[in-house]
Design a protein around this ligand. Structure first.
Ligand SMILES: Cc1cc2nc3c(=O)[nH]c(=O)nc-3n(C[C@H](O)[C@H](O)[C@H](O)COP(=O)(O)OP(=O)(O)OC[C@H]3O[C@@H](n4cnc5c(N)ncnc54)[C@H](O)[C@@H]3O)c2cc1C
Length: 406
């Protein structure tokens, strides 16, 4: 059906992939991006892509995302595959957390993730000889990995245009016109845009956009998250580093190769919400989180915890850089994917607590299904199976938190 108009507000991975999906379904789409495509978290991400989650709906959704990113290669101008499938390895050093991991593996396999492996002690060290003797086990999924995010948002934007849509940059939405509980048009310095459906893809900015649109104030807190880069040295050679999967050590810190000579490290830290952050704040590095902030600075803790699980990383040469961006954290670490309860033609696709890059294709699939339905749905179909949307509903009770949050 043509003649239906949709406006996606925000030009990160979410907005661009949702717009592409609606354009494929015959919608006339416009993406309105406040700065430039990729100006938010999408260009500041560790971009890990995993299907090892703790809730069945997310496992199924992320299986769809991995499959999508492989297929997306056909839409990339120079044929670059946007996903590097070097695997994800969760490491455990205590019997109780290992027992929970084994239960999760069973659940993940029942959702079709047949390739996930549970490797106990010696099996783990045979497969990954750089693992410490103190580890009791690890779960490994070889089809997990990480994204080249710029390939996704840049090529995704080109695809929207090729499908007849428009992508406008330097077009922040600053006001709107309403008819009852519906949005009629949004205003930007590049003009006003009328539509039948509006999609909020602003993630960490969503509370501010909600004020502009008279929409519900969703519990989404912008929390600063840092990444650090470490130079390879010591006993680990370039080939071993470049083939290392993304590893999550028992404390929750993670690392993955950025290239054959550089390790990227990250992990959660207790930063306060910054509801009014400015664009430049995304790259602001607080001294306590700087790689050159001295041995009491947080990245040294991160490095030490990773080295405890992977001793060869302790021999690396030193930290070379820090980058940062914002997570858009919700109380249960699941995003909001659904219609706003105050503005009935506004879809909210926000609140990615650090996994919006991997959610991107699934989010776009949900957006298309809800756009076509004109209302919230109990589930969407993914590869012939119904994936319930309860965990992502606006107004849910936040009583089923995602356990594997990095
Ligand atoms: C350090 C770090 C590590 C991460 N690691 C991972 C990971 O390993 N795996 C993973 O999947 N995810 C990870 N993430 C999270 C992931 O990057 C984000 O969830 C994802 O990029 C969100 O994409 P988005 O398109 O929803 O939001 P964004 O990319 O933030 O895009 C939102 C856009 O909205 C625009 N905007 C805001 N207000 C307006 C307005 N009024 N009008 C128009 N436009 C507006 C902004 O300019 C911005 O471009 C990480 C994030 C960080 C910061």
């Amino acid at each position: 059906m043509s003649g239906r108009r949709a406006v996606c507000i925000g030009g990160g991975i979410t907005g661009v992939l949702a717009a592409r999906e609606l354009a494929l379904a015959g919608w006339d789409v416009v993406v309105l991006e406040g700065r430039h495509v990729g100006a938010g978290s999408s260009s500041r991400t560790a971009a890990g892509i995993r299907q090892q989650f703790s809730t069945p709906e997310t496992v199924r959704g992320m299986r769809y995302s991995v499959d999508f990113y492989q297929r997306f290669t056909a839409e990339v101008e120079d044929g670059t595959c946007p996903i590097v499938q070097s695997g994800y390895l969760f490491l455990y050093d205590a019997e109780d957390s290992w027992a929970s991991a084994l239960r999760r593996v069973e659940m993940q396999r029942s959702c079709g993730l047949s390739e996930v492996e549970a490797l106990a002690g010696d099996d783990l060290r045979r497969r990954f000889p750089w693992c410490a003797d103190t580890l009791v086990g690890g779960t490994f999924c070889p089809t997990d990995g990480f994204l080249l995010p710029h390939v996704v948002y840049q090529e995704g934007a080109k695809r929207v245009t090729a499908l007849g849509g428009r992508v406008l940059q330097n077009a922040p939405v600053t006001s709107a016109a309403f008819a009852g509980d519906r949005i009629v048009a949004v205003d930007t310095p590049k003009g006003s845009f009328e539509a039948d459906l509006f999609l909020d893809c602003t993630n960490a900015w969503t509370r501010r956009l909600a004020r502009v649109l008279g929409a519900e104030d969703l519990e989404v807190d912008p929390l600063k998250r840092y990444l650090w880069f470490l130079a390879r040295d010591g006993s680990m050679d370039a080939e071993t580093l470049s083939r290392m999967p993304l590893c999550i050590v028992p404390s929750g810190m993670y690392c993955r190769p950025e290239n054959a000579d550089t390790l990227l490290m990250g992990g959660s830290h207790a930063t306060p919400p910054e509801p009014d952050f400015a664009y430049d704040d995304q790259d602001r590095i607080e001294p306590h989180y700087a790689h050159d902030g001295g041995v009491d600075a947080h990245p040294w803790t991160c490095w030490a915890e990773i080295a405890e699980a992977i001793p060869a990383v302790g021999e690396f040469g030193g930290m070379t850089a820090t980058t940062a961006g914002y997570y858009a954290t919700t109380p249960d670490h699941n995003p909001f994917l659904g219609y706003d309860r105050q503005r009935t033609n506004l879809l909210r696709l926000v609140g990615f607590s650090g996994h919006g890059a991997m959610f991107g294709p699934f989010t776009a699939l949900v957006a298309r299904a809800l756009a076509e339905a004109g209302q919230d749905l109990p589930s969407v179909e993914v590869d012939g199976a119904a994936v319930p949307l309860d965990a992502f509903r606006i107004g849910r009770a936040f009583d089923h938190a995602e356990a594997l949050v990095l």
